[in-house]
Design a protein around this ligand. Sequence first.
Ligand SMILES: Nc1ncnc2c1ncn2[C@@H]1O[C@H](COP(=O)(O)OP(=O)(O)OP(=O)(O)O)[C@@H](O)[C@H]1O
Length: 312
Amino acid sequence: MTPMLEMNHVSKLYGEHHALKDLSFQVHEGEILCFLGPNGAGKSTAIHILSTVLSYNEGRISFRGTRVEEQLSHYKRKLGIVPQDLAIYEDVTAEGNVTFFASLYGLRGDMLRERVAEALQFVGLYDRRGDKPRTFSGGMKRRLNMACAIAHRPEILIMDEPTVGIDPHSRNHILESIRELRDQGSTILYTTHYMEEVEEISTRILIIDQGEVIASGTKEELKELLGDEKWIEVELEDASELSEERLFRVDGVKQVEKHDNLLRIATVKGIENTDKLMAFFVNHGIKVKHFTSLAASLEAVFLQLTGRKLRD
Ligand SMILES: Nc1ncnc2c1ncn2[C@@H]1O[C@H](COP(=O)(O)OP(=O)(O)OP(=O)(O)O)[C@@H](O)[C@H]1O
């Protein structure tokens, strides 16, 4: 089946720096595809290129099999974009904001009024439609930002970290709205560095690091990459005396990543090695500040693939 949207071997350079390196992926109809990656991974760059506000150096982007550049105005009408930075007018009512953006997509008359009301209801701001965003909380502004992007019923909704720094109520509202939109037939591309959100809403995930896709799949498929590994995180008071080589003598230790006084140790799942690891530090007179066993999470997958945490 032809993918809805496709990036093929796209590279983006800032001077000598590759923000995207030969990035390829497909977005299929009806999915919630989440881009997960640390700050600077290239998520926003990819989103800006797909939104057509940023050029790229190499590669090809297609919408339903045809190059985007060959159908630019048609493609743009199918898009809904929720940018990372708020794009709303603080001194125009909520209704005025949504009306303005929806009319840019060609909606007029009764249809425009209906869709604006529907979008405001959808994000839970209908009762505040006559108020100006300057009186809104950060979460309400984010929800209004979303209403502006959905009133014209886009086929594909692109959201760039839409929940950064907002209250839990608005965050939950946005996440629930995304699932509902998908149930109504929309396709969603969502970027975040919050793995909890990815766990909650994704139907598929692309893990991006340093401008490259390093893994993709459903969360279950990605967790299978962990195989028989279990990660343990240990914070030491002073790791300068630690011999990493000796750690490998502890049964089950497969990999050790050291960042100052923080150790991340990959061990074989099932071997009861936490006691032995603790004993190792005690026997070597190394004080342990924290000792945590990491759950089989997307964070652990990222750690296994890169040796770093998502938010290092
Ligand atoms: N205008 C620019 N000029 C130079 N370098 C840039 C520019 N925009 C982004 N970069 C670099 O490109 C890389 C990718 O940045 P990008 O903003 O796409 O990452 P991101 O994954 O969206 O991160 P964040 O979560 O912080 O938004 C980073 O190394 C960044 O420093």
